[in-house]
Design a protein around this ligand. Structure first.
Ligand code: MN
Length: 714
């Protein structure tokens, strides 16, 4: 209870008027919930949430956060429910505790740097309220401090996770003190021998160096007093991890690392910071390239200071930081230092408020020096625009908001995207246009026959997926155009009894292609396929003498070919087409073309089942349109007339209706059942859909006709 007493005494010092009653109730609730549970150290479990609450008070967090800190493990480790918390302590506290519990469930396993970054971002995104992260950091800090009681394997795992995820997160939030402690504790867990060795050597060296540092401090103090600058000057031991990292990353020996201790000067104004810098540089020679002005250009986490390194009185480099008290507070406490300021503006949307600090970063950091650093911040900062999802193996992928399984598939691998047919989200099959949500586990179903379609471009949200799909479509369109071009060329050549393959394989073809400005024969064929070049003109260039003669054989085919004319493909003239028997398209119907190698172009109606079934072969479908400006030819179409009651004269009335619309009946089948109902089938020659519709309307007006239908096929 004395522990609780300290909290009760401390909070009003920075948050006057805080509701301390809720804190006491939370203490009792946590105590009751964790009753009988123990920490690995053997202490009662309650000691952990209490320690977390104390850390949150050190961070100067509001009473709501401290209260949630007391309760942070009750959802995970006891029988308490979120509803219960909401009833007892309100929604805000319940949400904070729930947020911490959710983060607790995420297990980070990958060692890959990019994965770590995504994971950190996901934590921020999932936290929604930054206070959740503060509680999580306090929780992690206390767990790290008490790591010795855990089995080594488990301790190492937590240590690595701390180094990969939580220390960088503390750094992002500007909490230098927390970051340094987390790193040192992680180092002690992961490399105990290196840590102990470092501890010993640093202590020894500091003794040796102390005299020099003290000398620097004394000289500087005297000089600053002379010019009337009030400042606090201290030697600042660097934390072990930063020394270890320097040795490790730069492959340096311990003895080569000089800046074990830095000197820190804290003044009361920015002007005094620059004044102090001038004096330091007049006293000792600065090391070139080591001066950094983070006052004029603050770091992304709002860190401000002047950094310089000078050659000290004994000839060794001495690192010096100069900052104001305000900058010092922000450097040490980061986001926590901003909390008080934020608390004063009550009544705003909570989530919004939590983001204010990060938003400010963006607004003030637009002219960042290192664009990469800026992008990193932007990504963390704009987290409402990103969604973080898992692969089945637990890797995290960052995708834009509203991203779909297709975006995910392309994020996994281009090949996965290109062959994706379906997706499972959290184990359930979903449509490809499904919007992914935070934390979804996504599995992609692929098929070797599946390919991207133009429709996907409407669905995807990520630039990567969009450009990969476009790329695929472009390659595919080219292949399709070459195929179509070859097809058209072969047909044209056949008319003149020429061997298309021999012509296209010959030197002349390459020459003509080059003459026309194409890199190769394939490009020439593609141009024909795209409709950019006329197949007739090109054949004319390749076999001029043959073309001079009118095509003999073609003449015999003309009568049949003529009837099949009237379809145009993107400006390609002179194309022989067939109409599919299954749907028997009429001019006016919505149509598509279907390219079959060696059989040419078959035209179907858009709603034809054959087309629907061939959906996986989408790339073989091409857009065609009717070209009815030519002389009108007629096409046969079958219609079924349903009779309600047969009577004398009915058939002649129906045929009369057909003739009244200029329809030419070529076939009629009349079936009448015993109850005088019947179906009459007619094959009628019509010019187009409009005429057919006129005929059908006319038939419907005949008494005793129940219905008229167009029958697909003949
Ligand atoms: Mn905990």
């Amino acid at each position: 209870m004395t522990e609780l007493q300290t909290l009760i005494e401390e909070i009003p010092k920075y948050q006057p008027g805080a509701d301390l009653d809720v804190l006491t109730r939370a203490y009792r609730f946590s105590e009751a919930s964790h009753q009988g549970q123990q920490r690995a150290s053997g202490e009662p479990y309650l000691s952990h949430p209490l320690a977390v609450a104390h850390l949150l008070v050190d961070f100067k967090m509001d009473v709501t956060t401290v209260t949630a800190g007391l309760l942070h493990d009750v959802l995970e480790d006891t029988g308490a429910t979120k509803d219960e918390l909401e009833r007892e302590f309100g929604q805000e506290i319940a949400n904070l505790v729930d947020g911490v519990s959710k983060i607790g469930k995420l297990a980070f396993s990958s060692r890959e740097e990019r994965q770590a970054e995504n994971f950190r971002k996901m934590l921020v995104a999932m936290a929604r309220d930054l206070r959740v992260l503060m509680i999580k950091l306090a929780d992690r800090l206390h767990n790290m401090r008490t790591l010795d009681y855990l089995p080594p394997e488990k301790a190492r795992k937590i240590g690595q996770e701390t180094l990969d995820i939580y220390a960088p997160l503390a750094h992002r939030l500007g909490m230098a003190k927390v970051k340094a402690e987390l790193e040192d504790l992680a180092l002690r867990t992961l490399h105990p021998e290196a840590y102990v060795d470092l501890q010993r050597r640093v202590a020894k060296r500091r003794l040796e160096r102390e005299a020099e540092i003290n000398q620097v401090i004394a000289i500087l103090e005297r000089k600053l007093t002379e010019v009337g600058i009030e400042a606090q000057i201290r030697g600042r031991p660097k934390h072990f991890f930063s020394i270890w990292k320097k040795m490790h990353d730069q492959g340096r020996e311990f003895d080569e690392i000089y800046d074990l201790t830095a000197v820190r000067v804290i003044t009361s104004s920015v002007r005094d910071c620059y004044g102090t810098l001038g004096i330091i540089h007049s006293l000792w020679k600065p090391v070139p390239g080591r001066f950094k002005d983070f006052i004029a250009m603050p770091k992304v986490n709002m860190y401000q200071s002047l950094h310089t390194t000078v050659i000290g009185p004994k000839g060794d480099p001495v690192e010096i930081q100069i900052r104001t008290w305000e900058m010092h507070k922000i450097a040490e406490e980061g986001i926590a230092a901003h909390w008080l300021y934020k608390e004063k503006k009550a009544g705003k949307d909570k989530l919004d408020e939590s983001l204010v600090w990060l938003r400010q970063l963006i607004e003030t950091q637009q002219d960042m020096k290192d664009p990469r650093e800026f992008m990193d911040t932007v990504r963390v900062d704009l987290f409402p625009d990103e969604v973080y999802v898992f692969t089945p193996k637990g890797d995290v992928k960052a995708l834009p908001e509203s991203a779909t399984p297709i975006d995910f598939a392309f994020a996994v691998h281009t090949k996965v995207g290109e062959h994706c047919v379906g997706a499972k989200v959290n184990g359930k099959l979903v449509p490809l246009r499904t919007r992914l949500r935070q934390g979804d586990i996504v599995e992609i179903v692929t098929s070797p026959n599946a390919h991207p379609t133009r429709d996907w471009l409407q669905i995807v949200k990520s630039t990567r997926a969009r450009s990969k799909i476009n790329q695929w479509l472009k390659v595919e369109e080219r292949a399709r155009s070459i195929e179509l071009g070859r097809e058209l060329f072969e047909r044209e050549a056949k008319k003149y009894r020429l061997n298309a393959n021999a012509i296209l394989g010959g030197d002349d073809a390459r020459k003509v292609a080059a003459e026309l400005g194409f890199p190769g024969v394939d490009d020439l064929l593609a141009a024909i396929g795209y409709g950019k070049s006329s197949v007739h003109q090109i054949l004319n260039k390749l076999a001029p003498t043959a073309i001079l003669e009118p095509p003999e054989k073609a003449r015999t085919a003309t009568s049949k070919a003529k009837a099949e004319q009237g379809v145009r493909i993107r400006g390609v003239d002179d194309l022989l087409v067939r109409f599919a028997k299954c749907c028997n398209p009429l001019p006016g119907d919505q149509i598509v073309g279907f390219i079959t190698r060696g059989r040419g172009l078959t035209v179907h109606t858009r709603d034809c089942l054959t087309v629907a079934k061939s959906v996986l072969d989408r790339e073989r479908l091409i857009n065609v349109e009717w070209d009815v400006e030519e002389e009108t030819s007629t096409r046969p179409v079958r219609i079924a007339v349903y009779i309600g009651r047969d009577r004398p004269g009915l058939l002649s009335e129906i045929t009369g209706a057909i003739s009244s619309q200029n329809g030419n009946i070529t076939k009629a089948e009349v079936t009448v059942t015993d109850d005088r109902r019947g179906i009459n089938n007619f094959v009628v020659e019509v010019a187009d859909l409009e005429q057919l519709q006129g005929i059908m309307t006319a038939i419907r007006e005949v008494p005793d006709v129940i219905n008229v239908e167009r029958v697909r096929g003949l």
